[in-house]
Design a protein around this ligand. Sequence first.
Ligand code: HPA
Length: 272
Amino acid sequence: MTDLYSDPIGTAVAAAAKIAELTGKEKHDVALVMGSGWMPATDALGKATHEFAVTDIPGFPAPTVVGHGGLIRSYEIAGANGTINALVFLGRTHLYEGKGLEPVVHGVRTAVKAGCKVVVLTNACGGINREYKVGQPVLIRDHISMTATSPLIGADFVDLTDLYSKRIRELVKHEDDSLSEGVYVHWRGPAYETPAEINMLRIMGADLVGMSTVPEAIAAHALGAEVLGISLVTNAAAGVTGEKLSHTEVMEAGKAAAGRMGELLAKVLKQL
Ligand code: HPA
């Protein structure tokens, strides 16, 4: 047995082999990680050919957060250049769960080892930029990590200049030219930020804040995948409107925007 903490890449290879066995598909092309509130958006992808619990695959811990499903699905999507095998993760592990970064990035590492050349990371976030409205999707242009940690260990000096692929962002904006781009901050959580912290983050150049995506983007990019990040603004960040923040509000904003998000994802996948 490989162990996620002592051999994260070997465990991702074992997990990819298990997915190939369960789906009968030698490789997948694109991975999607669905964040809080994004699950209903998968309806637009059609019917999955396979579905299994993450706990059936080596290295995945059982999910602990309500609204973070813990399922993996395989889809066949008719694309512009033939059928695309998409691997969809319903739910993810977060840094605030205290299990370290290995489980946080295990899904994307597994996806890349399963053949995925593109990884689409979705999330729910707070809007720091005052121009953003609740329910608005924003493409991640760049990020600021406020967690002082990395999924990479050792002398792995990876360049992050084009971490959120400009090529794919242009493709997506071609499908929907109303989309904005913004800088996403990774906040450890699980407590939301204070209004003073949101002010600091705005001064630093941030537009969006959330508790995911950044470690996965780094891990996927380090293994050679292209990354697209899409944030759904589920609430104004702390202090922006004076309203208090709640997980229920975050989930409901996700549900309300699901139709539009699903259509967007389906269109994007067809172009990849
Ligand atoms: N802050 C951090 N994470 C979040 C938020 C927020 O306001 N909304 C949804 N996820």
